[in-house]
Design a protein around this ligand. Structure first.
Ligand code: ARG
Length: 459
């Protein structure tokens, strides 16, 4: 039975019904719709619409329904109800008869859906926070293990200066920590309850909306009924959070795909997260990482989709807003899947320390060291940079690294160079020198690790 049959003498065209119905995706709000309905039934007692006994009967039936829904949410899909709100109400009426028809007093599906969706966002958001936390923990453990594993650092995909694999891990910890804080922030902002805003103008039953909000675990009630039923900022914000985090995940994936490639061979991904080629037997493809990288695209699609949908929508509720859910569900599902897949990939990955160290020594990534050495000998940096450029060309022509040049050769380039140039060109010294905050010096990495561990294990 439709919720609004009275005004109509003709049934909806089946094609329209199929077009209009949202149950096939909003069934995911069942738990929230039931929770919201129970709270609403209590508010109705406070304004004298329901007696205590009636409320108890309604609550018992709804709690029973919640258990059933929890056991098999898919059962909902068999119904031809228009949406989850109609479905829950019709199930209630089936269970308690006419009494169930009182529940929608003073309520609209407009404040109801806004409330359900926020409740869902809060729950989903918490679980994503947990996942962001787990991924960071994984990265920090990996960083501990590879605190000193030398890795070439790149700019322009050219070997630039050596870093360590631990330092690389901690860079992503920083990114995922910002994602964590962004999501916390978005969840904070959406923590106000629209229920009791009616269709758009507020409910005509003078209830305590703050109390209702608290009952549902919200920090406060929304302040303006028009805004309450029209606001989907939180949908945009959450998809934006997902988008930025997917961006970070895609960059991490890309790094790892490159490190796993035959060309660099810095690491080997586990068999568990790679796949073979149907034709080429030698292949072990980084599918998990490529999918993470690829799925970033659909999340950005959802972000522009919701922005387009909401743009220029007049107040208050419009059916356009029903389009908010599929993109949100898909974006947050995708984000969650990618977070756990990233964790799985990192779990069983082997870093080839020898190869990374060899690579870090190559590519003239100690050229800056030579320039700094010249500076220490009183040569201005610009000039030193030029001299080292010539030294690099010379060494490339000779086919050797800088540290293999003889002292004579060095002195032809700059007479200031002495025997002590050699220790300055070593990997160890290159790393140790970067001892200012945030650098790759061992004590800085140790400090960063301690800080990250403290933060992660104390929340
Ligand atoms: N299914 C709708 C949505 O997802 C909620 C129902 C509001 N419908 C209405 N006619 N006001 O937004």
């Amino acid at each position: 039975m439709a919720l609004w049959g009275g005004r109509f003498s003709q049934a909806a065209d089946s094609r329209f019904k199929q077009f209009n119905d949202s149950l096939r995706f909003d069934y995911r709000l069942a738990e929230q719709d039931i929770t919201g309905s129970i709270a609403w039934s209590k508010a109705l007692v406070s304004v004298g619409v329901l007696t205590q006994a009636e409320q108890q009967q309604i609550e018992a039936a709804l709690s029973d329904l919640a258990v059933q829904v929890n056991e098999s949410p898919q059962q909902i899909l068999g119904s031809d109800a228009e949406d989850i709100h109609s479905w829950v109400e019709s199930q209630l009426i089936q269970r308690v008869g006419d009494l169930g028809k009182k529940l929608h007093t003073g309520r609209s599906r407009n404040d109801q859906v806004a409330t359900d969706l926020k409740l869902w966002c809060k729950k989903e958001g918490l679980s994503l926070l947990g996942q962001l936390d787990m991924l960071q923990q994984k990265l920090v453990r990996l960083a501990r293990e590879h605190q000193h594993t030398v890795l070439p650092g790149y700019t322009h995909l050219q070997r630039a200066q050596p870093v360590t694999f631990g330092h690389w891990c901690l860079a992503y910890v920083e990114m995922f920590e910002r994602d964590y804080s962004r999501l916390t922030d978005a969840l904070d902002r959406l923590d106000s309850c629209p229920l009791g805003s009616g269709a758009l103008a507020g409910t005509a039953y003078p209830m305590d909306r703050q109390k209702l909000a608290q009952m549902l675990g919200f920090h406060q009630a929304t302040r303006n009924s028009l805004d309450s039923v029209s606001d989907r900022d939180h949908v945009v914000e959450l998809i934006a959070c997902a988008s930025l985090s997917m961006l970070h995940l895609s960059r991490m994936s890309e790094d790892l795909i490159f490190y796993n490639s035959g060309e660099s061979a810095f690491l080997e991904l586990s068999d568990q997260v790679t796949s073979g080629s149907s034709l080429m037997p030698q292949k072990k493809n980084p599918d998990a990482l490529e999918l993470i990288r690829g799925k970033a695209g659909r999340v950005y699609g959802a972000l522009s989709g919701i922005m387009m949908t909401l743009k220029a929508l007049p107040l208050a509720y419009n059916k356009d807003m029903q389009e908010d859910k599929e993109g949100l569900f898909d974006a947050l599902d995708t984000w969650g899947q990618c977070l756990s897949m990233a964790e799985l990939v990192l779990h069983d990955m082997k870093v080839n320390k020898q190869t990374t160290e060899e690579a870090a020594k190559g590519g003239y990534s100690n050229a800056t060291e030579l320039a700094d050495y010249l500076v220490s000998k009183g040569i201005p940096f610009r000039e030193a940079h030029h001299i080292v450029g010539i030294a690099v060309v010379y060494a490339i022509e000779k086919g050797v690294p800088l540290e293999a040049l003889t002292l004579d050769e060095f002195q032809t380039l700059a007479p200031e160079i002495e025997e002590d140039v050699y220790p300055n060109l070593s990997l160890k010294s290159t790393l140790e020198k970067r001892s200012a905050l945030g650098g790759v010096a061992p004590q800085q990495i140790e400090f960063a690790l301690n800080e990250a561990e403290k933060r992660l294990y104390s929340r």
